[in-house]
Write a protein that binds this ligand. Structure first.
Ligand SMILES: Nc1nc2c(ncn2[C@@H]2O[C@H](COP(=O)(O)OP(=O)(O)OP(=O)(O)O)[C@@H](O)[C@H]2O)c(=O)[nH]1
Ligand SMILES: [Mg+2]
Length: 315
């Protein structure tokens, strides 16, 4: 560090600094979006940015010519081929928090990049294509999260398209990766007929409305159970029955078990239509961990308010 920089550090440091550093750290949510290729990571990244009003309009990678490329796929080759080759970091504020989101490439050729990213984040959002369930690359990436002790939030995406049964998907998560799924939202309408979600914590129905091309935030309506049943009939009744089954099975969110990597909160979405995206943002802020002390090379633990430390993970 140069003398000038050192002097600046001395000048700006005061008694409040550790408290300030801790408060700033507590506001931060740093996470990676991971999955097998094509599950919709870049589309979801963009939908999150749209929802937080960082961008005004979304455009799909493989979409119509009049839609723009996703914000995180910025290389010419990425836009031409519709895949992510590099990880893209997006930082934005939402409510009182600062979100640091890293959109990773799913393709196995670029997985070194994803492994590096996973050494720098505090949580991961694991995306599943609702029709395909757990695909090979998702399983591999999940193993890395398990190894590193990274808490995982699962998002069943592409619910707007015909796919698996939601309860079956939960079984697949439990059986194949040994994580206990604790859904926070539950879909109303089968895959391919996505009307909204049952918020399992409030019991409310959150109904989404499509917008043209999914380019803008999807309007949401909140209905109580009686109004929801009147509106959606059997689709609502089925969702409530399945929710009660999950409840009887003890599939409730438990923050400690989530942070310990034993359970995974699950949400349902359609990134391309911006359905379920606001719910994910709120869950990230409410439940995802802020930065914690890091292990040091000699096996100790480095507190967040130590004078200065950095971890260079990508050059
Ligand atoms: N129907 C539907 N299509 C979606 C959804 N989310 C993404 N897609 C489409 O799926 C394709 C892949 O989406 P991407 O966002 O590029 O997927 P990705 O996971 O970033 O892919 P890689 O970066 O190559 O690993 C695109 O054609 C998207 O428009 C969704 O919720 N529903
Ligand atoms: Mg991508």
């Amino acid at each position: 560090m140069s003398d000038a920089a050192l002097q600046l550090l001395r000048d700006t440091s005061d008694g409040d600094r550790p408290a300030h550093v801790l408060a700033e750290a507590a506001r931060r949510r740093t996470f990676a979006v991971i999955s097998h290729p094509d599950a919709g990571k870049s589309t979801l990244t963009e939908a999150l940015a749209l929802h937080a009003r960082v961008i005004a309009q979304a455009g799909a990678v493989h979409g119509k010519a009049n839609r723009r490329a996703t914000v995180s796929d910025w290389m010419d080759m990425e836009q031409a081929r519709g895949i992510s080759i590099t990880s893209a970091a997006l930082a934005f504020s939402y409510r009182d928090s600062v979100i640091n989101l890293i959109d990773t490439p799913g393709h196995a050729d670029f997985s070194e990049d994803t492994y590096r990213v996973l050494s720098a984040v505090d949580a991961a959002v694991m995306l599943l294509d609702a029709a395909k369930g757990l695909e090979p690359q998702t399983l591999k990436l999940f193993e890395v999260c398990r190894h590193r002790g990274i808490p995982v939030i699962t998002v069943a995406n592409k619910w707007d398209r015909p796919g698996r049964d939601a309860l079956e998907l939960m079984d697949e998560i439990a059986e194949r990766i040994g994580l206990r799924p604790t859904p926070l939202t539950w879909p109303v309408g089968v895959a391919g007929d996505f009307r909204g979600v049952l918020d399992r914590r409030s019991g409310e129905f959150i109904r989404f409305t499509r917008t043209a091309g999914g380019a803008t935030v999807a309007p949401e309506e909140h209905l109580d159970p009686v109004a929801a049943e009147a509106r959606e009939g059997p689709a609502w009744v089925t969702a409530v029955e399945e929710h009660e089954l999950l409840e009887a099975d003890g599939a409730q969110h438990d923050q400690e078990a989530f942070l310990a990597g034993q359970t995974t909160p699950v949400l349902f979405s359609s990134a391309v239509q911006n359905f379920g995206v606001g719910q994910l943002l709120n869950v990230l802020i409410e439940l995802a961990p802020a930065p914690t002390p890091r292990p040091t090379a000699d096996g100790g633990s480095r507190a967040l308010d130590e004078p200065f430390s950095a971890f260079v993970f990508k050059m």
